[in-house]
Ligand binder design. Structure first.
Ligand SMILES: *Cc1c(COP(=O)(O)O)cnc(C)c1O
Length: 408
């Protein structure tokens, strides 16, 4: 049976070359990067070399890179760290409705702490309106946090325009670039980015290690107190093997970015075009062109995305609904809701996310199986028309459940 992995927005395979680079830092070069002896210096040098690789990938200076445990921690440190250190300047934050929970839940927490948050709406393709943003930003705004690209539907947000406008207003701009790194060119200076979150496991590096770019002069309050590592912003003995892996993974991803993007785009376009042309009642979620090279996100009426995932899994394909609550409750994802998609329709969602390790042959195998599975599920489904939904008379207003399923 096929064993094909199409869930690369959730996490990626660690490149064997990355593993190879990391291994000596577990067993031979295991020094603490803060120690003064040769073991410590060796670890320190490796860590600083990784810092330079991360900095180079985003046009930053290595002095401005802080290593963290991943995207979630970087988002938290950026947002909470900035607003808590700069409350005196204002209490208004701007974000958008389709952010990752690492950003959304942090903003919701800060509302309880007395900050005011504007959650900008998005259009039907998941795009934040720059005009709406201009109306929302005021003298009270201290922080703007808009993602570079969306993890569910793949839409690339107008982060450059938003960065420039934020700069004109004298506020600070944070972007969650977790999905964009190694896929969308980013330069923190040209793009007016002050804070940027990334994580290694989304680009063939190890899990549990990430980084936050902090522009010189941008003051943050630490979230973790201790020995003063990472310029006092993130105490705890550095994860040297992980950091080495992050450095290698970002270096590899950047070295062949154009080539990889072209390869993934060709696969993505085939994944998008074939089913939409041949399966009835099928739609694309997200923007057709301003879209991550590795994301295809569909909607099929009259079936459940969860059943689709399970059927595909039985045939050896790993995909996702792209919604963080998929297995625990039938609440649709906040992203699809923000697009204005009817709840019944959002249930039939499927995300296929590629990496540079996938092949066109895998895509072709998938495209043979997908229409068969969709047809089978529709055959079994009691719901065959829109009228059937109203006949079922479901109560769609149950309390929202906590989301615990780690999907991206
Ligand atoms: C995966 C992801 C995160 C979380 O990163 P972790 O390293 O898993 O904490 C944050 N934002 C986006 C957009 C993501 O896709």
């Amino acid at each position: 049976m096929a064993k094909i992995y199409f869930d690369n927005s959730a996490t990626t395979q660690v490149d064997p070359e990355v593993v190879k680079e990391m291994l000596p830092y577990f067993t031979e070069k295991y020094g603490n990067a803060s120690s003064l002896h040769a073991f410590g210096r060796e670890a320190y040098i490796a860590m600083e070399s990784a810092r330079e690789k991360v900095a180079k990938a985003i046009g930053a200076s290595s002095k401005d890179i802080i290593f963290t445990s991943g995207g979630t921690e970087s988002d938290n440190l950026a947002i909470q760290g900035y607003v808590n250190a700069n409350k005196d300047k204002g209490k208004h934050i701007i974000t958008c409705m389709v952010e990752h929970h690492a950003v959304l839940n942090t903003c919701q927490f800060l509302e309880k702490e007395g900050f005011r948050v504007t959650y900008l709406p998005v259009d039907a393709e998941g795009m934040v309106s720059v005009e709406e943003f201009k109306k929302a930003i005021t003298k009270e705004t201290i922080l703007v946090t808009i993602m570079a690209a969306n993890n569910e539907i793949g839409t690339i947000e107008p982060f450059r325009e938003i960065g420039a406008i934020t700069r004109e207003h004298g506020a600070v701009f944070h972007t969650d670039a977790v999905q964009a790194i190694t896929k969308v060119p980013i330069d923190v200076n040209k793009d007016n980015i002050d804070l940027l979150a990334l994580t290694a496991h989304k680009f063939h590096g190890p899990k549990g290690v990430g980084a936050l770019y902090v522009r010189k002069g941008v003051r943050l309050k630490a979230q973790v107190y201790g020995g003063g590592h990472e310029r006092g912003l993130r105490s705890s003995t550095e994860n040297v093997p992980g950091i080495v892996g992050l450095g290698k993974a970002i270096e590899m991803g950047m070295a062949k970015m154009d080539e990889n993007v072209e390869k993934m785009k060709a696969m993505r376009d085939k994944l998008i075009e074939t089913p939409l042309a041949s399966i009835s009642y099928s739609y694309l979620n997200g923007h057709r062109t301003k879209r991550l090279c590795n994301n295809a996100h569909y909607r099929f009426d009259f079936i459940e995305g969860e059943s689709l995932i399970l059927q595909l899994d039985m045939k050896g394909f790993a995909a996702s609904t792209g919604s963080a609550c998929s297995t625990k409750s039938l609440e649709p994802s906040h992203v699809l809701t923000a697009l204005g998609i009817r709840q019944e329709q959002s249930h039939g969602s499927l995300r296929v996310s590629l990496s540079r390790m996938n092949t066109m042959d895998e895509v072709k195998q998938f495209l043979e199986v997908l229409p068969v599975v969709v047809a089978q599920l529709r055959e079994m489904s009691p719901i065959k028309t829109w009228d059937d939904y109203s006949l079922r008379g479901e109560d769609h207003h149950e309390e929202e459940e906590e989301c615990h399923t780690a999907n991206e």
